[in-house]
Design a protein around this ligand. Structure first.
Ligand code: GDP
Ligand code: MG
Length: 759
């Protein structure tokens, strides 16, 4: 089977082409560095099967960052049949810099001139045959996004001969130097001697490791800065030969993006605009009251009906069939108009309610043992539907985030943040994986491979979980609901938004502290080019959401399924394995286990100071270590049993809210509980990823960092929220810490060095 590797600059559309060729659904994002590992797929369009490899985006083949190493080694070692070099045609000159290097390898190359739709839209033209002549390799104009020219590209790629001798654009005085170096590598018997020769002349560390290369390099370069000379010659060659290839129209391709950027990346307004955009997103996802719409309805003289108990009971209760109309209406408005996110949530929960009601009827008809009915209804169905019920909101939030990302706006956010935080040791490059963390920590942690500096990488991996992921969303919304219920505040969206922002602020403070102490290092220049804004592709968005959905549902029926069964067992049986049929969960195994760890959380407000059922928070926090969705699944399983003893009618999240109120927890402690879960050790899968991605020797400290941070954050929120004057104690501690750091960095105070054990 022939193998083709896709190589190109970051953000030139490689993954989009990969998906178009292979029909897979890899993540596409409008910012550089989304693909940081190689990925394989099969092209089935032609008569023969062809393997396609998506390589990480690179600007050059001189390895500075891990992904450049991955791409370079892949081409040199695995020897693909050919390289498909994707070029962003709206940025021809910059992209050709990599091409001049690829052409030096002894591999067949075909150029895919991507984004031709954009070029045509602004009325530009590119002379494809002139480009073919100048590079000596086939060139095909395509649009990966609109799936144009793809089969022609593959036909011509497959028609290429399997052999090609490398050629270089470097000439003049360099020719003889390259010739000598090339002889050396031919003598050493490596493949692609020309490529190695040029890289060696650039002073590439990998090449200089060959026996005798160092001496030869010193001799040939004769003290000149060869790297700069070669780079300069490549650029000069490109501008001399290829600027004629592009026939510009009168209009400038980037003016519209530029004009938008004047506002969106404004020095002062850039960040506030981002904050407002985020707030709007949270409002549309979580709000139970789009008050302006209600206000309009009122002004028009027809205030919206409030279903009150009727609506509620109809949705929750057994009259569900006879009152379907009202149940349906109550999904959209109930005295006030719900936000789109809430409407979807209500509709989906209506379906879930039907389903669990149906299952309940089935269980009753089957007439099994009492414990079996409990296991199915309260354990499995209760736990899983509680988690699944958040799927619409997660998807709504991700739809908005994907739009921001794909349109090119998120890359601007990294740019804005870079400008503010660079002086504190935090670069815009590090923000991109952090922002990805809003989706899931795992790909975000892998994405830190774009960071060349190990210290910056470690600090970034550690704070990625603070960018609250999809699995933490149910904790945020449900507990925020509990909070609003306790204090009689009705804007859940504001609380959820604040929790997200608080997570981000914690992350930034933590990184700044680390970069000033244990993780010091240079901030590499931020050379990302801002991609042009464009309309997000509908198919891309849907693929992205579908991926999320699949992942979430799979998790619900595996990890969360098993966890809810375990929780249910522990809370339904006593230590002597007798079933608790009278609702006395205080005598369950889970209660005593929970009470055992409960004191750990006293400084955070959800420990020993709570009433009899306070241990549920300790239990939920622990189950969250397996998967964050478990926190809410646990609450739901426990609440089913709990509420059965006390009130009676409510179900699901409503039950959990009643249970929360009955533990006697304070509002401040509820917020502390949310933020503890956001900043503590993430789920198993994320921990495993961190272990794999962190540089050697950093893992144990990272776990300690998560524990300490979540403890400090939780304790600070709880104490300040309960006794406002403690804010002075925390401020004093912060000032003391910063003073010590500054004094130590200036060398005014020194700590005695700890002796390493065994060293
Ligand atoms: P990669 O970093 O090289 O893998 O690039 P992606 O495949 O993630 O694409 C980067 C951005 O370019 C995404 O927003 C794509 O939707 C967009 N894109 C990719 N191909 C095309 C194209 O042919 N035309 C246009 N207009 N946009 C494209
Ligand atoms: Mg990619």
């Amino acid at each position: 089977m022939k193998t083709f590797a896709l190589a190109g600059n970051p953000n030139c559309g490689k993954t989009t082409l990969f998906n178009a060729l292979t029909g897979s659904t890899a993540h596409v994002g409008n910012w550089p560095g989304v693909t940081v590992d190689k990925r394989e797929g099969i092209y089935k369009g032609g008569s023969e099967k062809v393997a396609i490899i998506d390589l990480p985006g690179i600007y050059s083949l001189s390895p500075y960052t891990p992904e450049e190493v991955i791409s370079r080694n892949y081409i040199l070692d695995e020897k693909p049949y050919g390289i498909i070099n994707i070029i962003d045609a709206t940025n021809l000159e910059r992209n050709l810099y990599l091409t001049t290097q690829l052409l030096e390898m002894d591999v067949p190359v075909i150029i895919a001139l991507n984004m031709m739709d954009e070029v045509e839209k602004v009325g530009d033209k590119i002379d494809v045959s002139a480009l073919e002549k100048a590079t000596g390799v086939p060139v095909v104009a395509i649009s990966a996004l609109r799936k144009k020219g793809i089969s022609e590209l593959m036909d011509r790629a497959l028609a290429m001969k399997g052999e090609r001798a490398g050629a270089t654009v470097l000439e003049g005085g360099l020719s003889s130097k390259i010739g000598r170096a090339k002889q050396f590598f031919e003598g050493a018997g490596v493949s692609s001697p020309l490529f190695h020769a040029v890289k060696m002349l650039e002073g590439d560390e990998i090449e200089l490791k060959h026996d005798g290369a160092q001496e030869l390099f010193v001799e040939i370069s004769a003290g000149q800065d060869m790297e700069a000379i070669i780079a300069d010659m490549r650029y000069r060659y490109i501008s001399e030969h290829f600027s004629s290839v592009k026939v510009k129209s009168g209009r400038d391709a980037l003016t519209r993006s530029d004009r938008a950027d004047k506002v969106l990346t404004h020095k002062i307004w850039g960040l506030p605009i981002f904050a407002v955009i985020l707030l709007a997103i949270f409002h549309l996802t979580f709000s139970e009251d789009l008050f302006y719409i209600s206000a309009i309805a009122e002004a028009c003289g027809s205030p919206l009906p409030s279903w009150g108990d009727l609506g509620f009971e109809v949705i929750e209760g057994t009259e569900i069939y006879s009152n379907f109309g009202i149940a349906l209406a109550a999904c959209f408005y109930d005295g006030a108009v719900f936000s789109p996110g809430m409407i979807l949530t209500n509709l989906f929960n209506l379906v879930l309610n039907y389903a669990s009601y149906g299952i309940d009827l089935g269980v009753q008809a089957a007439g099994g043992a009492e414990w079996a009915a409990g296991l199915i209804n309260d354990g499995i169905v209760g736990g899983i539907t509680a988690v699944l019920g958040f799927l619409p909101q997660i998807l709504t939030l991700f739809l908005f985030f994907s739009v921001l990302e794909d349109s090119g706006y998120m890359a601007r956010v990294a740019f804005i943040l870079d400008r503010i935080f660079r002086r504190f040791g935090l670069s815009g490059r590090a923000f991109m994986p952090m922002i990805m963390g809003f989706g899931c920590s795992i790909p975000a942690m892998i994405n830190t491979r774009t960071l060349a500096d190990d210290e910056e990488r470690t600090a970034t991996i550690r704070v990625i979980p603070f960018f609250s992921c999809g699995a933490k969303l149910p904790i945020l919304t449900a507990i925020a609901g509990g909070f609003c219920n306790l204090v009689g505040f009705s804007n859940v969206d504001l609380i959820t938004y604040s929790m997200y922002v608080l997570g981000v602020i914690t992350a930034i403070i933590a990184v700044i502290l680390m970069r000033a102490t244990t993780m010091r290092g240079e901030v590499p220049p931020f050379i990302m080019e801002l991609p042009a804004y464009h309309m997000p592709g509908f198919v891309n968005l849907m693929l992205h959401l579908w991926d999320k959905t699949k992942h979430f549902i799979k998790k619900a029926f595996t990890i969360i399924f098993v966890s809810t069964i375990v929780i249910w067992l522990l809370q339904s049986f006593r230590w002597n394995w007798t079933y608790i049929s009278d609702g006395d969960i205080q005598s369950s195994m889970l209660a005593s286990l929970g009470q055992f760890i409960q004191p750990l959380f006293t400084p955070l407000g959800f420990g020993s100071q709570l009433g009899a059922y306070g241990w549920v928070f300790a239990v939920a926090a622990i189950t969250g270590l397996i998967a964050k969705e478990n926190v809410i699944a646990t609450f739901s399983v426990l609440a089913a049993m709990f509420v059965a003893n006390f009130e009676g009618t409510e179900e699901g999240v409503e039950e959990a809210i009643i249970m929360i109120a009955n533990t006697g927890i304070s509002p401040a402690a509820l917020i502390a509980f949310i933020m503890f879960n956001v900043t503590t050790i993430p789920c198993f899968a994320a921990v495993a990823t961190a272990k794999a991605e962190l540089p050697k020797g950093r893992f144990a400290w990272t776990i300690a960092f998560w524990l300490v941070t979540s403890y400090i954050v939780g304790a600070a929120i709880y104490t300040v929220g309960s006794w406002w004057w403690t804010v002075f104690i925390w401020l004093a501690l912060a000032v003391a810490a910063v003073t010590i750091i500054v004094l130590k960095n200036k060398g005014i105070i020194k700590f005695p060095k700890l002796k390493k054990r065994g060293a």
